[in-house]
Design a protein around this ligand. Structure first.
Ligand SMILES: [Zn+2]
Ligand SMILES: [Zn+2]
Length: 220
């Protein structure tokens, strides 16, 4: 099988990878589309020392084999984190924080930059038939953006700023704007900032202070 493999130092294209075999409670997924996340670029700079394997965690695929028959043939996306299932985090619905978790394409688990991957079946989500693959591919970064609203109560009268005008900031702005909040996006690039105008006011140089600030520039 073809895939992009991180050998500990660089990403290597390989055509000699073994097609994975699903383990207990896992499904085999044929990858239709994968997306490159900034995290993938960070891996190349040494973000995950110790990780070697197939890269990638943003994907849309078709389930070819599964312990859940009803999923076979369905188009799916999936969650990154697979917990151990036994620790206090896993047993209290916080699998994402399991200290012993596997993270696809990042830690102890091969990712989706390949023709096939396996994943724990309970981490899969069926894509609605009318949602194109080209949009469904944004599920994982969009989920990260939605996480903000589940961590902080954004009231409409709150004055909020997003720092950054990149792709993740663009998803976050669309999510946060749904709350009806007073939103400003602070960026460096005039052309990029223009695209935020339907959702926020934009500025190159912030003049006021903000009650809630969302850092999405990725810069120190
Ligand atoms: Zn990602
Ligand atoms: Zn656990």
């Amino acid at each position: 099988m073809k895939g992009i493999y991180f050998d500990g130092a660089k990403a290597v294209f390989r055509d000699d990878l073994k097609k994975p075999v699903p383990g207990l409670n896992e499904s085999l997924i044929r990858i239709l589309m994968s997306a490159v996340c900034n995290t993938d670029k960070e891996i190349l700079k040494g973000y995950k020392p110790g990780f070697t394997g197939i890269m990638g965690h943003e994907f849309v695929g078709i389930v070819e084999e599964s312990d859940d028959e009803s999923l076979v043939g369905k188009r799916v996306v999936g969650e990154l984190n697979a917990g151990c299932g036994h620790c206090i985090y896993c047993q209290t619905g916080r699998e994402k924080h399991c200290p012993d978790r596997k993270v696809i394409g990042l830690e102890k688990k091969d990712g989706c930059f390949a023709e096939y991957m396996t994943m724990e079946t309970h981490l899969l989500h069926v894509v609605p038939w009318d949602l194109p693959t080209e949009l469904a591919i944004f599920t994982e970064p969009l989920a990260a953006a939605l996480e903000i609203a589940s961590q902080v109560h954004l009231k409409p009268e709150t004055n909020c700023a997003i720092i950054g005008d990149g792709r993740l900031a663009f998803l976050i702005a669309q999510v946060v704007a749904m709350t009806g909040i007073d939103l400003t996006v602070i960026g460096h690039h005039e052309e990029k900032l223009e695209q935020f105008r339907p959702y926020a006011s934009v500025t190159l140089e912030p003049q006021e202070s903000y009650e809630v600030v969302i850092e999405a520039s990725g810069s120190k």
